[in-house]
Write a protein that binds this ligand. Structure first.
Ligand code: SF4
Ligand code: SF4
Length: 134
């Protein structure tokens, strides 16, 4: 059956509408992600500088080590002190003097969401208790 000009136009409009809806949905997701990053930055600043006991408890659940990907230095914006190396690793230009929230990232599980899986740290659910040897 031959497609009429009207049905072709309707199909094109439908595709355009779906593309526009997908674009709007991506924009909403991006806005939510950035809002989460803003909250995370504020939360880590407060925790790292004013809630040291809570931070110590939270870090007891952290495992792994830094792979120097630099993703935490690009949350919301790229830090001007971040240097990229030839081997794809990164270096902090003010390493010895970097802020506490940089030294301590990630403090808790939800911090990992802000770097979309780049971080090589992970968290266990509860502290491991050492049993007495029998
Ligand atoms: S100060 Fe250093 S550790 Fe902190 S975000 Fe910038 S480059 Fe990264
Ligand atoms: S995101 Fe994690 S692994 Fe990457 S530099 Fe930051 S702390 Fe290290």
């Amino acid at each position: 059956m031959k497609q009429t000009s009207r049905s072709r136009t309707a199909r094109r409009h439908s595709i355009e509408e779906r593309l526009a809806a997908a674009k709007r949905s991506r924009a909403v997701e991006d806005t939510k992600f950035r809002a989460r990053q803003v909250q995370g930055k504020v939360r880590r600043f407060v925790s790292a500088n004013f809630r040291k006991e809570e931070v110590v408890a939270a870090l007891a659940l952290r495992r792994g080590e830094c792979n120097r990907c630099g993703a935490c230095c690009e949350i919301l914006f790229k830090c001007p002190f971040l240097k990229k190396n030839d081997d794809d690793s990164t270096t902090c230009g003010i390493y010895e003097d970097r802020p506490n929230q940089c030294r301590l990232f990630p403090i808790e599980q939800r911090d990992l969401e802000e770097v979309r899986g780049s971080c090589s740290f992970y968290f266990i659910e509860r502290p491991i208790k050492l049993e007495k040897a029998s």
